[in-house]
Design a protein around this ligand. Sequence first.
Ligand code: ZN
Ligand code: ZN
Length: 509
Amino acid sequence: MAQSPSVIHLDRAEKAVSLLLSTDQNQQRYRPKTIRPCNEVRQNYLPTFPSISYGPHNYLLLANVPGIHLSPLEKLRRVHGANTDDAISLMKSYRYSGGHEGFHLSEQHITDLAERFQIGESIITFNAERIRSLSASLFALHEEFRVTVLKRPNVALAEPTLNSKQMAILLEFYLQIDVDTFYMKVCSFREPDFWSNMNNSEGLFSEYKGPEARYMVEPCGSLFCTCCHPPNSWRKTRPWPVVDFASSSSHQFVNGYTTYLNCSATCMTSNIVYAMTCPCGHYDYIESTKETLSEALACTYLMQHFLSLAQYERLVQKKEIAGQMRLYRHSARCPVALRVFLDCNPAHWCFVPMTWHDSATESIRVLAQRSNERDPEIANIVRMGAINDRTVARQLDSVPIPPAPYAFSYRQRQQQREFFERLATLPLGRSPYSTIDLYQAKIIAVLPNDCSLLLRYLIETLFIIHCETKLNMICPLGGDPERRYGPPFEPIWCDNLHNGIQNATAEDH
Ligand SMILES: [Zn+2]
Ligand SMILES: [Zn+2]
């Protein structure tokens, strides 16, 4: 490499500076807002200053923290961290891309990145190696997910590799997905605009300026766009926008991590990473697509099929794909999301159990009114000899068992039977529910137009790691989302759902 830096021995410089500083000042180093003892492992996925040792001497790059919030030692590291003995010797041993070798940068790309970021090349090569070594385990997680859950062939991941140009884009994201915020001061792809011209003089590190909202998602205006015109939203009793264009320039996740949109976009922009947040405010999810947000949301309407079925079939036990997806399982058992679904589909209320007390009170009242009539339950048992009724009986039998302090009332069991009888008479292709959006969606990052599937996976997974989204099936922190975050819903899911709802017997259609 044609770099001849004056090597500064940072270790010695640090010792000298630390002697000059009081203990109190040393303790004022930057404290990440989203790192706690339970998620410290996230730091293993963050960019750091070059170091041969692995452990407490890996200092985070902290690209999005203004210098004024850093300690004197941290500021010193920004100035000299690329020129330590470790940094220089590691850079000398870096293998540049050439021939068919993947996951390595060319000398030209390293020089370009160092110039744009205004940092030493050793920081680029060190972190290129860091993300390269992480990629193998992240691909393995995607591979396992595709094979065991999605049951899809693993063609794309069979021989994963990134060329130098793709590595340069990955680095651009990796260095700027910081500990608390994702903020791209430097974004080389898509159209250069006012902001990128304005910030040409600014490198990766800034002394004063913190992240700021620069870009927005604009509505496309199409009458057929599900972002601009979500179906059935007028039926929600508690309206909320599916895509809130007004707040689209940044997004805060449930764990406090904040992302700032890196390019202007519309709901028709393709190649994006987007977040979905349940209206309950406790669960979120990250996904990427080579298509548009509008098209991605249209796919989530398929989830409604699961949501509808989940009310009356024990799908999770059947190991179907939708039955394993935490995103769907949460909506099917989240009181807030369910309420939205039930507003739009009131015939499903009979599958929401009542408390034992309410159920018993109601059943006694109904049975007392019918004491002189022939028992309709017995009448139905007699009728179940016919083939249709056997189907209904099987469906009734597969209704999920309510959690302990809840039960179905006599009226609800009757309504369930009528529901299944109607279901059998529905014309082919007609669903027993109306679709409605159950999540709030937001574009959090725009990717290059020619972003490959592998590159998209890696960037998406970095966001999943740092935003700690509880509904993703891929969970690098701990390997299994169920073990790390528990089930995607509370066990007593019907708690208070019936409050304020009396005699909900309205029909869907
Ligand atoms: Zn639109
Ligand atoms: Zn929820």
